[in-house]
Design a protein around this ligand. Structure first.
Ligand SMILES: Cc1cc2nc3c(=O)[nH]c(=O)nc-3n(C[C@H](O)[C@H](O)[C@H](O)COP(=O)(O)OP(=O)(O)OC[C@H]3O[C@@H](n4cnc5c(N)ncnc54)[C@H](O)[C@@H]3O)c2cc1C
Length: 327
């Protein structure tokens, strides 16, 4: 799509004024944003951020909205969605210092070689995590199977270092392209230059445009089996069919919590099933606060804060949030 013009702003890509955000989150909670902008290439995203900067608009990035609680009914500024940046490529011949833009840009290259000779994938920020799991299973690549059943986009997963307790997406990252929204500069960083940790991609306010992931060649049937087993276990333990943002809290240091995860701390309070308006602590898993029907952002946040206060009072543990809150 070409430029979109409003009375005062010309965007370099598709853009919607006064856009509803709730349908774009897995919680189905959230108000309207002044502008929702949808670039379809990394270059358009960079240009859109520049337009926002020139117009003094605050910039937020939205992936799959699977780890997000949006509280206000009206959000000023612009939300850049990675919805249309859903691309995964095979990669070869990547050299250190390859640029994001230009005719031979690595984020646009397609590899001819046997995947076992170069078991890497180039993924844009909007690549779906389930697409990544499916692709890696089909190609016989080990490395993404623990994301089976995890909703969202690769950019959001880089920001969150999404994964399991002992593994996160960053374990597979070779290099990443990051945009500094303040300066407009795009930098390429190797994994060794970043310091991701448990559920924290440490992006320091940068926007992830894409990355190169490395995998291990593996038997396709075996990998698919492992992904399916993981998905089955997840479905048995978590309220995956309800409107949630996944786990609300990070698991605390086991030494401080007698080895109990955040969900177990909430379970032990006897607080599961507790409701506030349409928000509910999932009866199935204490670390999930779900939208049981018509919850507002304010109700969700109030229930989350209530749980945090009760856990702190009962155990002394200060729960750290995994969910991102736009307030
Ligand atoms: C049913 C369910 C199960 C889940 N299970 C798991 C699980 O097992 N493990 C796990 O880790 N998570 C899990 N989650 C949480 C969620 O799926 C992950 O955190 C996922 O990585 C979020 O990605 P997203 O694209 O939806 O991010 P969003 O929710 O859109 O964004 C999350 C944060 O990342 C920022 N962000 C998004 N894109 C970018 C970008 N390109 N650059 C910079 N910042 C960006 C946003 O601004 C926001 O602060 C689960 C969620 C649900 C609903």
């Amino acid at each position: 799509m070409g430029s979109v013009m409003n009375s005062s702003i010309v965007w370099p890509c598709a853009a919607l004024p006064s856009a509803e955000l709730a349908p774009r989150t897995t919680l189905k909670v959230g108000g309207r944003v002044e502008w929702l902008v949808e670039p379809k290439t990394p270059e358009e995203l960079v240009a859109a951020v520049q337009t926002a900067r020139e117009n003094d608009l605050e910039v937020r990035v939205l992936g799959g909205g699977a780890n997000l609680l949006i509280v206000p009914e009206e959000l000023p500024g612009c939300v850049i969605s990675t919805e249309l940046l859903n691309r995964t490529f095979r990669s070869t011949d990547l050299e250190d210092g390859d640029e994001l833009t230009g005719g031979e840009a690595p984020l646009h290259r397609v590899a001819p070689s046997d995947i076992r000779d170069d078991p890497r994938l180039v993924v844009w920020a909007g690549a779906r995590l389930q697409g990544l799991v499916n692709t890696s299973c089909k190609l016989g690549l080990r490395g993404a199977e623990l994301l089976s059943g995890v909703p969202g986009h690769v950019g959001g997963a880089l920001a969150m270092n999404a994964g399991s307790r002992d593994w996160g997406l960053w374990d597979q990252v070779e290099r990443v392209w990051l945009l500094d929204p303040d300066s407009g500069e795009v930098v390429e960083k190797m994994r060794s230059e970043c310091a991701p940790s448990y559920r924290n991609g440490n992006l320091k306010g940068h926007i992830a445009l894409g990355c190169v992931l490395h995998f291990e060649p593996e038997n396709k049937v075996l990998i698919k089996q492992e992904a399916d087993d993981y998905l089955r276990a997840k479905c048995a333990a978590q309220p995956v069919t309800q409107r949630s943002a996944g786990c609300i809290w990070k698991n605390p240091d086991p030494e401080l919590s007698d080895g109990r995860g955040a969900g177990k701390l909430v379970d032990d309070l006897g607080f599961t099933g507790h409701e506030l308006g349409g928000a509910q602590v999932s009866p199935m898993h204490g670390n999930f606060v779900v939208n049981a029907g018509g919850a507002t952002g304010a109700e969700m946040l109030a229930l989350i804060e209530d749980v945090e206060a009760r856990v702190a009072e009962a155990t002394g543990v200060k729960l750290q949030r995994e969910v991102c809150v736009w307030n």
